[in-house]
Design a protein around this ligand. Structure first.
Ligand code: HAM
Length: 416
């Protein structure tokens, strides 16, 4: 049997209700903040990610699904959304402050485990065009509030400033000086990164390297006064917004484009893959990808991880339907199809039994579909243009007409 690829999965059965629930809440909160949805291609030129995310990151080095197209162009399935949104911002000459969000599949060739897949979904937000620390506050507060609105309680925001280019030049030198004596003890990736991008060493998952990192110089000692003031202001704003955070000087994130603010939101209810959201400011990316110098801030949430949490929090069942139509005999079955059409067009939610089974079997299915009522049609109903309606909650049964049903129930035309 052909199976799904490792690290990919089907969303089947009642799981989809959790996705819909999540999407409804996120859309509503983003609508209130006047964010607009943007949809960019899943396929992009490989160079976009190599330049955007950084050549020395794990994502670009090890995790991208990259292939040559028939025209020998190097193409990559997007591993994240920010680079594509920034490309779209530049290419479509979007101007001024842009508040954008997106939702969709991302692809990373990682070792799959609970909450970590090779094809996964992100909900992302990008606020492009403002360097104001209030933009950082806006973006982080929206992430926090979406997670809270979903019912997640044990949330922890880890916050850092990775400074700007100048701050990092000083810090870089200090890191090289610090790590050089430990060169032999670092993991092979970190050894390679020592000269090219020593900040990445702080993001290593290797236990021995992590121990060495614990006494590494602190980025905060290399922030110039202006960067420091900025960092302090973001913290003050988050406090005003009642976002609980913890300062984390070694948080560097897995992508190279960040400047100043970097943050992650963890849920203490998740196991190993506890990061439900990650993001930060990326003031140089637009220029890096060929646009005019434009500051920006954003984040993305891993939706599979959120779904795992939601499933633990509550049980979502399919919403009940209005009518389940049961019929038997050729004339009745034809009549059933017309009744089905009329009820639907009047705004009711209806399902018609197609099995042709005995009435009692069909009625059992009506119960199963959580219908408010079963409409029972035999040949006499077809001949008289009447309906037998059985109200399943009460067990009451009546003979009526479709017109009478419409008048009594004042159907919600087109779900208004
Ligand atoms: P990221 O931290 O690489 O950031 O990913 C964001 C979130 O996506 C993670 O916190 C996690 O919840 C989820 N995620 C990542 N990889 C996987 C995976 N293999 N399986 C399941 N979930 C995963 C970004 O992608 C940036 N583009 C965020 C950003 C937007 N920064 C600025 N704007």
């Amino acid at each position: 049997m052909i199976q799904t690829l490792r690290g990919t999965k089907d969303i089947v059965g009642s799981e989809i209700f959790y996705w819909h629930h999540l999407e409804t809440i996120a859309r509503e909160l983003l609508r209130r903040a006047n964010y607009q949805e943007i949809r960019t291609p899943i396929l992009e030129a490989t160079e976009l990610f190599a330049r955007g995310i950084g050549e020395t990151t794990d994502i670009v080095n090890k995790e991208m699904y990259t292939f040559l197209s028939k025209g020998e162009e190097s193409i990559t399935l997007r591993p994240e959304g920010t680079a594509g949104v920034v490309r779209a911002y530049i290419q479509n000459k979007l101007q001024g402050i842009q508040r954008l969000w997106y939702m969709g599949q991302m692809f990373r060739y990682e070792r799959p485990q609970k909450g970590r897949q090779r094809q996964f979904h992100q909900l992302g937000l990008e606020l492009i065009g403002s360097a104001d620390p209030r933009a950082d506050g806006e973006a982080i507060a929206l992430a926090y509030e979406i997670l809270q609105a979903l019912g997640l309680q044990n949330l922890l925001v880890s916050l850092n400033s990775v400074g700007d280019h100048t701050d990092r030049m000083g810090y870089r030198g200090a890191l090289v000086d610090y790590f050089t004596p430990y060169l032999a003890d670092l993991d092979p990736d970190s050894q390679q990164r020592l000269q090219r991008n020593p900040l990445r060493i702080l993001d290593s998952k290797d236990p021995k390297t992590q121990t060495i990192c614990q006494s590494a110089p602190n980025i905060w000692d290399y922030l110039q006064p202006e960067s420091r003031r900025r960092f302090d202001r973001v913290q003050a704003l988050l406090t005003d917004l009642k976002v609980k955070f913890r300062l984390e000087p070694r948080l560097v994130r897995g992508l190279d484009y960040y400047t100043h603010t970097a943050f992650e939101i963890q849920s203490q209810d998740l196991g190993a893959q506890s990061a439900v959201c990650g993001g930060g400011r990326y003031d140089r990316l637009v220029a890096e990808l060929g646009g005019t110098d434009t500051p920006a801030v954003g984040w993305a949430m891993g939706l599979e991880r959120l779904i795992l949490l939601l499933e633990n929090l509550q049980t979502l069942n399919p919403p009940p339907i209005d009518f389940y139509i049961v019929s038997r005999g050729e004339r009745a079955e034809s009549y059933a199809l017309v009744v089905w059409q009329q009820l639907r067009q009047a705004g009711f939610q209806v399902e018609m039994d197609l099995t042709g089974a005995k009435f009692d079997k069909q009625l059992k299915r009506a119960d199963h579909a959580s219908a408010k009522a079963a409409i029972i049609l035999g040949d006499s109903e077809a001949d008289n243009h009447t309906l037998q309606v059985k109200w399943l909650g009460e067990g009451r049964q009546e003979t009526t007409t479709i017109e009478d049903l419409f008048t009594r129930l004042a159907p919600r035309k087109n779900h208004d």
